[in-house]
Design a binder for this molecule. Structure first.
Ligand SMILES: CC(C)(COP(=O)(O)OP(=O)(O)OC[C@H]1O[C@@H](n2cnc3c(N)ncnc32)[C@H](O)[C@@H]1OP(=O)(O)O)[C@@H](O)C(=O)NCCC(=O)NCCS
Length: 175
C-alpha cells in the first residue's frame, strides 16, 4: 500500500495504531457520528475501529489513510478505500470523514479526489463505489463533486443507503 499521498493542503499517510486519540474528535463528536446513526465513540471504541482498519489493510492492501492538514500538522480526518461486498461482488468503497471544526473547506473533496485518482490510475481499479446513508447531503455532495453518480438505493446493516459509483473512463471511448 502506498504509504503517503500528498495534495495541495493535505497529507494522506498510513494510519497508525496511535492515531486513535487524534481521530476521537471525529468519532467522539455526537454531530459527526449522527451521520452514521451511531453514538459517540470512547477511546476503546476508537482504538477498535483503527485496529479493524489496520487488519483490513494488512489483508487487502488497501485501507483508510489518516488525513493531516499540512498547515497545522493536525489530523483532521480519514479517507481511503475498503473492499466491501455488494450482491456477492467485491467492490472498492471510497470513504471519507472530516472533523466537524474543519467542515466546509473542501477538505473531503480534496482527499477523496486524490484517492479516486490513486485508485483508478495507480491501482488500476475499474470501479469505485461509496455507500452513503440517505439523508447525508454533505457526503452526497462530495461524491458528486468527485464525479460519482447516484446508482440507486440499497439496504445494508439495517440502514438505507445510496450507492454512488464511478467507473474508470475508457480511453478507447475517448473518455
Ligand atoms: C461528509 C463530510 C466528510 C464532508 O466534509 P467537508 O470537508 O466539509 O466536505 P467539502 O467541504 O469537501 O464539501 C462539502 C459539500 O457539501 C455541501 N454541504 C454541506 N452540508 C450540506 C447540507 N446539509 N446539504 C447540502 N449540501 C451540504 C457543502 O456546501 C459542500 O458543497 P459545495 O462545495 O458545493 O458548497 C463531513 O461532513 C463529515 O465528515 N461528515 C460526517 C461523516 C460522514 O458523513 N462521512 C461520510 C460517510 S459516507
Amino acid at each position: 500500500m502506498t504509504d503517503r499521498i500528498e495534495t495541495e493542503r493535505l497529507i494522506l499517510r498510513l494510519m497508525r495504531r496511535d492515531d486513535a486519540e487524534a481521530l476521537l474528535p471525529l468519532f467522539g463528536d455526537p454531530v459527526f457520528i449522527a451521520s452514521f446513526e451511531a453514538t459517540p465513540f470512547d477511546l476503546d471504541e476508537m482504538e477498535a475501529w483503527v485496529e479493524r482498519n489496520l487488519v483490513h489493510q494488512a489483508a487487502n492492501g488497501v485501507g483508510l489513510y489518516t488525513v493531516v492538514l499540512r498547515s497545522a500538522g493536525l489530523v483532521i480526518g480519514d479517507c481511503g478505500l475498503e473492499w466491501i461486498d455488494i450482491d456477492g461482488e467485491p467492490v472498492a468503497e471510497l470513504g471519507y470523514d472530516i472533523r466537524r471544526d474543519h467542515w466546509g473547506h473542501g477538505y473531503a473533496t480534496e482527499a477523496a479526489s486524490a484517492i479516486r485518482d490513486h485508485a483508478l490510475h495507480v491501482l488500476g481499479l475499474p470501479r469505485l463505489v461509496s455507500l452513503i446513508q440517505v439523508g447525508n447531503a454533505a457526503s452526497m455532495r462530495v461524491a458528486e463533486k468527485i464525479g460519482m453518480t447516484n446508482a440507486g438505493a440499497l439496504n445494508r446493516y439495517g440502514n438505507r443507503y445510496f450507492r454512488y459509483e464511478l467507473r474508470r473512463p475508457d480511453p478507447a471511448a475517448g473518455g
